[in-house]
Each structure stands twice: as C-alpha cells, then as structure tokens.
Design a protein around this ligand. Structure first.
Ligand code: URA
Length: 328
C-alpha cells in the first residue's frame, strides 16, 4: 500500500467516491494508528497502524473490475487529462470509486464507442496489434466512392508509406452528395480511417466508432455512459482469446456482431443502397435508418438491449448504491 493516497484507500475500502472519501477525511472520521488524519492527499504509511473509519477498521477489498461504455461526443479528447484544457472523457464519467482509463483512442472529432476499464489485461489485449482487434466505424464522406475505390480500401492501400491490412467495407447509403460507409479495420494507426478515405479522394466529414470486436455502441446517447453487461464482458474476453489464435490480418469473420446491419422498411438485403448506384438519389426524405441515429449505430444486434441502469449523463457522479452493477 505504499504510494497509496489515503483518499484512494478509503474510497476502495469503503466503496465510496474519491470526493466522499475526501469529505470523510476532512471531517476527522478517519484515523491511522489512532490519530485523525485530515489531509485527503496524505500518503498512507502502513507502518503507522490500522486505518479506521468511525472507529471501524478498514480492510482493503480486492479492486473490482469495472467496464464502461462511453459515447464520446465530438470535441472531447479521449484521455482522462488534457494539457490544453479541452474537455476529456473523464468529465463524461465523473468520479468513480475506482480509477478507469480509456482503451485506445479516438480523434478529437471522432465520436462513438469508447471503452473505459481498470482491467489492464483486457485493455492490453484490445489494443496490442498482435490481437488484431477489429474496430467498426461509420464514415460520412464527401461524394460517392465508386466500387473500384471501395475495393482498394478492402484490399489495402498505402497510408504513410505502409500498406493497410484488408478491411471490411460496406456502402450504406448515398444522399445529397455524401455517402455513409461502414469500415471495419483490425489496425489502429493514427487517423487511419480518415487517411484511407483521403487516399481514395473522399474526405471524411464525420466518423463514428460503432463497435469494438463484438461490443456495439448501444444503450447510450452521445455524452452518456453505462456499465457493460456481464455478457458483453464475457463476449469481449472470448473474442480476444479467439483473436490471439487467428492470423493477425485475417479478414473479418462472418457473422460479426459489429457488422453494420441496415435493414430498411422493405427488409431489403444489405447493402441498403447499392454501391453500384450512380447519380444522386433525390426524392422524398426517408426516415432515418437505424445506423444513422446517434445511439443506435450499425450492428446493434437484435435482442435485449442493456439496461439503462447505470447510464449517466455527462459529469455524472457515481454514488454508492447507485448506478448499474459492474459487469462480471
Ligand atoms: N481512424 C481515424 O481516422 N480516427 C479515429 O478516431 C479512429 C480511427
């Protein structure tokens, strides 16, 4: 417990937020070796004796693993701190009893699925290139890339002088000079998706991550978060285990939970708007397809949606006894 601050220790042992722990300490309710300690930032010295709260000895609990899905909005950095003072994902999840960190990054202007956890092992597997974890994005691009260009994206193309691995690319829709394209890649190079589209001459106007492996962005609106369900955590673990034993650049397998599913009213098979279609599609506006709505991106599998319990608007503070149960 050396290098552990007293407030963190109290927060873990008593399952309270760091802020609540600070208050308990400031009010003199915490003693170490019988002496009240009033500085929440004090380091804990185990040699000084038992830590007590209101006279009750605190026993360190094993840190519970928590898994959070956040819907990163535009103009938010996907780190917990920012030197430039920009809004961070930390402000979305507020204060939790356990410190979590984001798994991988999204660009400042990319929205969508961001996983936060204190499970270092799973985070490592989800981000290390050797596991080749697939991430699915929906890109809104200028113009309408012809089939030949999409084929280039699928096969791989040089980005910063290095070929990209095969990608799964699905043309979703074209409207008013813009197209929506789903792209699933198993790499995570800097600005990779934007650069891939740039390379075929189609600037990305909006980019949203809708899936990480089998985990799909569902049950949260932009700026909100929720705990993963137990099933989602199990599926993620099973997925990384499977990826470990597959070739690194193996094309995405089918079926895949993260695969964008766009089934228009007439239940036409995908792709909804053929990539072969040419010319602008004008006419009466159609209702927004599922994948275009902010909280229900492509690939949301049918079936029970995660409970809203534990969903917090930006800046929410987790209080003991509130919020969804962390997934196990
Ligand atoms: N590719 C990008 O270009 N940006 C992201 O944020 C993620 C993937």
């Amino acid at each position: 417990m050396l290098n552990e601050r007293l407030n963190r220790y109290i927060s873990l042992c008593a399952s309270v937020s760091r802020r609540t722990a600070d208050e308990l300490i400031r009010h003199g309710r915490v003693t170490v070796g019988g002496q009240p300690i009033l500085d929440p930032g004090a380091f804990l010295d185990p040699g000084k004796g038992e830590v007590r709260l209101d006279g009750n000895t605190l026993v360190p609990l094993r840190e519970e693993k928590i898994y959070i899905m956040a819907y990163k909005p535009d103009n938010v950095v996907s780190t917990m701190k920012d030197k430039e003072g920009r809004q961070t994902v930390a402000s979305l999840v507020g204060e939790l009893s356990t410190r979590v960190f984001p798994v991988g990054r999204l660009d400042y202007h990319t929205t969508g699925l961001l996983l936060l956890t204190n499970d270092g092992e799973l985070a490592y597997k989800l981000t290390h290139p050797k596991f080749g974890v697939e991430k699915t994005y929906v890109a809104k691009v200028m113009g309408a890339p012809p089939p030949a260009s999409l084929k280039i994206l699928r096969r791989g193309l040089p980005v910063d002088g290095v070929m990209t691995n095969p990608a799964q690319v699905d043309f979703l829709q074209k409207r008013e000079g813009k197209s929506w394209i789903s792209i699933r890649i198993a790499e995570g190079r800097y600005h990779q998706v934007r650069k891939m589209f740039e390379a075929i001459g189609h600037r990305v106007m909006k980019l949203r991550r809708v899936a990480i492996g089998p985990l799909t962005l569902a049950g949260v609106e932009p700026g909100e978060w929720r705990y993963l369900t137990g099933k989602e955590v199990r599926d993620l673990n099973a997925y990384v285990k499977q990826r470990e034993h597959e070739p690194r650049d193996a094309p995405a397998r089918e079926p895949h939970a993260g695969k964008p599913k766009f089934v228009p009213r007439a239940k036409r098979p995908r792709p909804a708007v053929s990539e072969e279609a040419s010319g602008e599609q004008r006419g009466p506006r159609q209702p927004k397809p599922e994948w275009k709505k902010p909280s229900k991106g492509p690939g949301f599998p049918p079936g029970p949606r995660p409970s809203k319990a534990g969903v917090r608007k930006g800046g929410g503070v987790q209080a003991p006894g509130r919020g969804g149960k962390p997934g196990r």
